[in-house]
Design a protein around this ligand. Structure first.
Ligand SMILES: [Zn+2]
Length: 334
């Protein structure tokens, strides 16, 4: 989708501010290390002069191979001493490396001439912050997700697993989903289904917040909001909603919450198919959560929507007691 010149300039300005800030942090770290571990500078100087000696030796054709390998070993030994000094003083060994907010594009916004995922995130934030569709609660993350609300006694008849054991596994899947996000062969799409109050939205937010931290663009909408945006974009020719509709098909992760709560008709069915199918073709990730059972999805939506979801999504069932009720009771007891 197209950005206006001023939008583009504003995003590029944030990159240049980020570069300056990270450069300042790196310089500050150098000064800190120079005063706290002065031996590091001496080792660095020694490594530089040995490296130069090594480079000169390579140019001298008749230099014996043994002296080259001795030089290499000496450089390696100094590097190991340097690394140990950092660790002994409680610093990571790469403490003086350049600092980047996004290591993938080194804060330039581009990788091999293509826009980096962090650039996409900046575009999404720009458009998304102008809409009122901001549903990702920052306090819902993997640190605040508690398995304690899931019962060890409530058992699923088909698997004989308790709600607690089952959610342990679901949590593992969710964390792996984030770790392997967009890697080749990794899970792209998730379908969370089950009754209300079992943590589907909370877990979607955990995933969203973790990916936003890693500079990915994420949009989270209820199904009702999603179809409102498509409708305003198509029938009212609302340009802000059209930009957002385009971003809905382009963002790295789209979360459609509460599918099934919308009024279903030919328009919503066709838009849902378009949205799901387009994102599958573009290899973009989507998470759908719904209170509908799998067979109800088939009944409510068209066969082609159902078949896309069944083929391209990992379906995860949520079951147990309403955890909002457990949370309420535990807060009353404390
Ligand atoms: Zn980047």
């Amino acid at each position: 989708m197209g950005l206006t010149n001023s939008q583009y300039d504003s995003i590029m300005r944030t990159y240049s501010e980020r570069q300056s800030e990270n450069h300042r942090i790196q310089m500050q770290r150098r000064e800190e290390i120079a005063s706290r571990i002065p031996e590091i500078k001496e080792l660095d100087d020694a490594i530089v002069s040995l490296s130069m000696e090594h480079a000169m030796s390579v140019l001298e054709k008749d230099k014996p191979a043994t002296s080259l390998s001795t030089l290499r070993q000496e450089i390696l030994a100094l590097s190991i001493r340097k690394k140990n000094l950092f660790l002994q003083n409680g610093y990571p060994e790469n403490y003086l490396d350049p600092v980047y907010s996004c290591p993938d594009c080194k804060d330039t916004g581009y990788v091999d001439g293509e826009r980096c995922h962090c650039f996409r995130q900046a575009v999404t934030q720009l458009l998304y912050s102008r809409s009122n569709a901001k549903n990702i609660h920052q306090n819902e993350n993997f640190h605040t997700f508690s398995l304690d609300f899931y019962s060890r006694d409530f058992t699923d008849a088909s698997t004989s697993k308790s709600s607690y054991e089952h959610m342990q596994n679901v949590l593992r899947i969710a964390k792996k989903y984030v770790e392997e996000f967009q890697q080749e062969g990794a899970i792209r799409n998730l379908l969370f289904y089950g009754n209300t109050g079992l943590g589907k939205t909370f877990l979607s937010n955990c995933i969203a917040n973790e990916l936003i931290k890693n500079c990915y663009s994420v949009i989270s909408l209820s199904a009702i909001e999603l179809f409102q945006i498509f409708s305003k974009s198509e029938f009212d020719k609302d340009s802000a909603q059209s930009e957002l509709a385009a971003e809905i098909t382009e963002c790295d992760l789209l979360i459609i919450d509460d599918l099934g709560m919308e009024l279903s008709n030919a328009f919503t069915n066709s838009k849902l198919f378009y949205c799901i199918n387009d994102r599958i073709l573009k290899d973009k990730s989507t998470i759908i959560s719904t209170n509908l059972a799998v067979n109800n999805i088939q009944e409510r939506y068209s066969e082609r929507i159902f078949s896309r979801i069944m083929h391209s999504y990992k379906a995860i069932k949520f079951f147990g007691n309403d955890i909002r009720l457990s949370a309420f009771c535990s807060s009353r007891l404390t």
